[in-house]
Design a binder for this molecule. Sequence first.
Ligand code: SAM
Length: 320
Amino acid sequence: DMCLIAVACKPRYIRINTLKVDAEVVMQELGKTNIMVSRDDIIPEVLSLASGIDLHDHPLVCNGSIFLQGKASSMVAVALNPIPGWKVLDACAAPGNKTAHLAALMKGQGKIIACELNEDRLKTLEETIRRSGASSILSFIFLSIFYSKCNFTFPLYVDVMHGDFLDINTTAPLFKEVHAILLDPSCSGSGISAERLDHLLPSYEKGEDADACKSDRVKKLAAFQTKALLHALSFPAVERVVYSTCSVYQTENEDVIKSVLPFAKSLNFELVSPFPQWPHRGLPVFDGAEHLLRTNPKEDTEGFFIALFVRKSEKINRGN
Ligand code: SAM
């Protein structure tokens, strides 16, 4: 069976798409073919696999019941903690793993705008959203009936937008009421193991000038990341902004946050700790960096960075 070929620890985690199925069903299904999984201690919709098994062609992946998404990557949408019914913007969305996760966390209620610049990656984004069931007509009908028993709000749908996030006019009707933004911009990918990324690196980065090219590239990325974060914070109604990277470099992480802090504070935002129980925090390069979250590429399989900005009025309402 193609699905059961053991590959060295790839992937170690899966995320259950709670829009389609719940954890027990997935655990039972996988158990039938002797794939042992256990529930993650912080994110209930994440399962860790007992051994490295390639699930790429597994029917549960193909039908969108599970996503091959790491634990660290799955922490990002949870950190944003969007309220069902909200309007949420995924600023740099393709291939759409976090868009699909947001849709599940919003329990099918509200609206997500998924913005992506790269046309080729847009197709993957659309395919991910389709597979997740977030925007299909059938899920509209099902969710409308299901949620009409509770507190009915409009069923969720995802608008895919092809364009540059930096060009979005924050006061345009579609955007002036955005409540939350997930900003997961292009980054160096230095937190993802080299062997998984090697085929993506341009050849000049493998040669003698690797370090010089790398630092130049990282600086350019950080300039874009900073611009994008400033833009996200400037949406008039936004209450929560999550910034994440799969980089381990301070330049793309703590330095970006530090440089936007005066602007953020002027708009009443403060840094809040996502997953306060998580021991590994930001590098202590400024007061407040203890709110930032890092994952370790060795211990946690991927090196991720997460920062959460919350507007003070919102913090009082939500209590976190
Ligand atoms: N959040 C995605 C996920 O979890 O599947 C991964 C996002 S990936 C790190 C960054 C994406 O941002 C890339 O697909 C890239 O093409 C896109 N991007 C880069 N610059 C952009 C811009 N100015 N506006 C919109 N999207 C952009």
